[in-house]
Design a protein around this ligand. Structure first.
Ligand code: C5P
Length: 239
């Protein structure tokens, strides 16, 4: 296959609420990189399947839905639609449906193509997900795999999304971990050359210092050096 890996792509993979979004956003600003949250694309498909009353567990129906959604080749505009608010994409129904669609070959093919298309236009980038370092960009020059215990991740998610009860969130995190780790195509697993960081007992600042140090030793520099690490600043919840 033609290697579409951008010269400067940082892959940040790991399970839900391991700290991927918070750290990726800060690293993006620190090193002047464009940022992509690949999970959003999977959530958009699950969200549209529910909205259009398509059976989420039917690969043909979901394959057709992907063809409709991404028909014009302009995937970026689909994902940018104002309809997909965090509230809509993070509803319990969407969160339950997303690993079901994420295991389907057609869905993964469409989204991998979408990410390649985006990265072709964003040559210095950081992409978070589950399979970026293993399947989407296996030749990425920097790969991180963030993790933490399920209990700590569930507690973080409850703090980020008040209104959800701990037991329900813990069950959801376990269910999604299992589905993401055991699927046949592009399962969630660290790439052989990924730097694994267990964030369970680390502050965001400590995680960021480790990640930044790795980036610097791999030759990633900052074209706009007025940026600095500021873990308190990202407004988006960590995942
Ligand atoms: O990152 P987020 O929690 O929003 O991802 C939602 C779901 O999308 C994951 O649980 C997983 O099933 C799927 N996903 C994936 N591969 C990615 C990103 C997300 O399978 N690269």
């Amino acid at each position: 296959m033609h290697d579409t890996t951008p010269a400067m792509v940082i892959a940040v993979d790991g399970p839900a609420a391991a700290g991927k979004t918070t750290t990726s956003l800060v690293l993006a600003r620190t090193f002047g990189l464009d940022y992509l949250e690949s999970g959003k694309a999977f959530r958009v498909i699950a969200c549209e399947a529910l909205r259009r009353r398509r059976p989420v567990d039917d690969p043909d129906a979901i394959g057709n839905l992907c063809d409709e959604l991404f028909a014009d080749g302009d995937s970026g505009s689909v994902l940018a639609s104002a309809r997909y608010t965090p509230l809509a994409l993070r509803s319990p129904d969407v969160t339950a449906a997303v690993p079901v669609v994420a295991r389907m070959p057609d869905v993964r093919r469409h989204i991998t193509a979408l990410i390649h298309q985006w990265a072709a236009q964003h040559r210095r980038c950081i992409i978070e997900g589950r399979d970026i370092g293993t399947a989407v960009f296996p030749a990425a020059p920097v790969k991180f795999y963030l993790t933490a215990t399920t209990e700590i991740r569930a507690a973080r998610r409850v703090r980020q999304e008040p209104g959800h009860t701990y037991d329900i969130v813990l069950a959801d995190v376990r269910r999604r971990d299992l589905a993401d780790m055991t699927r046949t195509i592009a399962p969630l697993t660290p790439a052989n050359d990924a730097i694994e960081i267990d964030t369970s007992r680390l502050t965001i600042r400590q995680v960021l210092h480790r990640m930044s140090a790795v980036c610097r030793t791999r030759g990633i520099d900052n074209p706009t050096p007025d940026n600095h690490i500021s873990p308190a600043s990202p407004a988006t919840p960590s995942t």
